[in-house]
Design a protein. Structure first.
Length: 318
């Protein structure tokens, strides 16, 4: 049976959250599956070495509706693109009538999907878990695992210091209110180095070079290496060789957790219960005076330096 999995999510982190569900579906049918996902999920980079996935098809839908799969013409183009692949079954991880009809037009006989018209209030992790469990008739873990070629990991290890702790710092975020201040990161580098001589890998978006430069030009810059000139698939083996991630709630946080790093995740104003509880590797740090239940997109508090530093030292020591 040829299986397609459709993930209509916009972020890299959302894609990672679905990894174990993809793996379980592949195991059920005892063959690799195909993924349909948007380009900004970076699915092609993330799944390059994954034996459970044989193809990533780009879902070309954009915010300004200019993608080749947008609009009425895009509806039929996507249906044609899918039909050419001759899939027998599709798992649709959303409640959209559009994708249900597209898969019908594409001639897919077996369609499994979230309940139609039920998008409001869906939990990104729990809804996917329940859906997968119902379809596969088994309990499914939420713990994701990014699979990377062992040869790539061993090759990267040659360039990663074996005499230091190696720490990934996620210094950027999708918005200003989600960022822990860059001066906090500089102070953190300094204080951790006093306790554990370390090398720090700076992970940020392509538009955040100024944040990287601020650290590289500071007194701790000699202990830091920027990952900004690398593609995601080139970063993965390096991150896999590190001991710890500390940083904002970004795609790099989810990558690190899925590569089995101890992860200190700073939730400034994003929902912990949605994005910080699905992996045993994630240690969520929340603003002063907040709880995991109250830390959401509307949170405006600040995170204590000591709380972050102490958690990093704890995880590096144990």
């Amino acid at each position: 049976m040829k299986v397609l999995i459709l993930i209509n999510k916009v972020g890299l982190g959302d894609c990672i959250i679905h990894i174990n569900y993809i793996h379980e579906i592949s195991k059920k049918y005892e063959k690799p599956v195909s993924i349909l996902a948007k380009e900004n999920t970076r699915a092609k980079d993330l799944f390059l070495d994954d034996p459970h996935i044989d193809e990533v098809i780009t879902l070309d839908r954009l915010n300004d509706n200019s993608g080749s799969h947008d609009g009425l013409s895009g509806f039929f183009k996507l249906a044609r693109d899918i039909k050419e692949k001759k899939f027998d079954k599709v798992f649709i991880f959303n409640s959209s009538l559009r994708y249900f009809l597209i898969c019908k037009f594409a001639g897919i006989k077996k369609i499994a999907q979230y309940p139609l018209f039920k998008k409001r209030g869906q939990h990104v992790v729990n809804t996917a878990k329940i859906f997968t469990e119902n379809e596969l008739n088994k309990i499914v873990s939420t713990q994701p695992e990014l699979l990377i070629s062992e040869d790539k990991i061993l090759k990267a290890r040659k360039d990663v210091s074996q005499s230091h702790k190696n720490i990934v710092l996620g210094i950027s975020a999708s918005g200003q209110t989600k960022r822990w201040g860059i001066k906090n990161f500089i102070k953190l580098i300094e204080k951790i180095n006093e306790k554990h001589p370390s090398k720090f890998y700076l992970a940020a978006g392509k538009n955040d070079q100024q944040l990287i430069d601020e650290i590289l030009n500071s007194k701790v810059g000699s202990n830091c290496i920027s990952l900004n000139n690398l593609q995601i698939n080139e970063m993965l083996p390096i991150i896999a060789n590190c001991n710890l991630y500390c940083g904002n709630d970004t795609g790099f946080m989810h990558i690190s957790a899925a590569l089995n790093l101890k992860t200190v995740a700073l939730f400034m104003d994003s929902p912990v219960l949605a994005y910080g509880k699905y992996s045993k590797n994630i240690n969520a740090i929340i603003p002063e005076g907040e709880t995991e239940e109250t830390t959401t997109h509307d949170t405006k508090g600040s995170i204590s330096f000591d709380k972050v530093y102490n958690k990093c030292i704890e995880l590096l020591t144990n």
